[in-house]
Design a protein around this ligand. Structure first.
Ligand SMILES: Nc1ncnc2c1ncn2[C@@H]1O[C@H](COP(=O)(O)OP(=O)(O)O)[C@@H](O)[C@H]1O
Ligand SMILES: Nc1ncnc2c1ncn2[C@H]1C[C@H](O)[C@@H](COP(=O)(O)OP(=O)(O)O)O1
Ligand SMILES: [Mg+2]
Length: 194
């Protein structure tokens, strides 16, 4: 089954919580028709299903911690396979969050062609998340959890960027700019792929 996605175009979208990954992914989908798979959205869907596994996941996410690697990777892989016949490429948003996640995805699925590094200052991310929390209904969009997620981002996820920089596939996107200006930079990086 995984054979079907062996040669798929894979783009990792990596950045801190609130950096604007989801916002840019929506625009990429609209222009390029890629398949958007957000690890957070997949996990939230499992939580919403009310399953026992969902309840365990919710407890972890509320604390701002990472859920077990196998859980996320299986969800991503299943979602990729489900779209294999129609996908023009995959945007993997919010994954890898640690180097090990990247290594495992490459072993089980395939190598990324590009890593979009969505970069914003810590204070910008906090401001955006506090604002998002007013309407998102996401339990982890509160100040205490935001701080924990930021710490974890700097500790666990930033090394992911260094890891892929060595392979020359990282494009850094300045996400302090207005959304459309950020997207203009994103477009350049994706157009280079073709
Ligand atoms: N370039 C930007 N300028 C201002 N606000 C932004 C920008 N990009 C995203 N936002 C806002 O910041 C919040 C977090 O964005 P989101 O795309 O959910 O980030 P992530 O998926 O990385 O957590 C949202 O409320 C979004 O509307
Ligand atoms: N790749 C991954 N590995 C482990 N946990 C993950 C994960 N992706 C998401 N999660 C869990 C922990 C996160 O705090 C939570 C929300 O993730 P998210 O929606 O990707 O956040 P955001 O878009 O704000 O960066 O879900
Ligand atoms: Mg997001």
């Amino acid at each position: 089954m995984a054979d079907k996605i062996k040669d798929a175009k894979i783009v990792f979208v990596v950045g801190g919580p609130g950096s604007g990954k989801g916002t840019q992914c929506e625009k990429i989908v609209a222009k390029y028709g890629y398949t958007h798979l957000s690890s957070g959205d997949l996990l939230r869907a499992e939580v919403a299903s009310g399953s026992d596994r969902g309840k365990q996941l919710q407890a972890i996410m509320q604390k701002g911690e990472l859920v077990p690697l196998d859980t996320v990777l299986d969800m991503i892989k299943d979602a990729m396979i489900a779209k294999a016949d129609v996908s023009k490429g995959y945007l993997i948003d919010g994954y890898p969050r640690e180097v090990k996640q990247g290594e495992e995805l490459e072993k089980k699925i395939g190598a990324p062609a590009l890593l979009l590094y969505v970069d914003a200052k810590g204070e910008t991310m906090v401001k955006r998340l506090v604002k998002r929390g007013e309407t998102s209904g996401r339990a982890e969009d509160n100040e205490e959890t935001i701080k924990k997620r930021l710490d974890l981002y700097y500790k666990a996820t930033e090394p992911v960027i260094a890891y892929y920089e060595k392979r020359g596939i990282v494009r850094k996107i300045n996400s302090e700019l207005p959304v459309d200006e950020v997207f203009a930079i994103v477009e350049k990086a994706i157009d280079e792929l073709k």
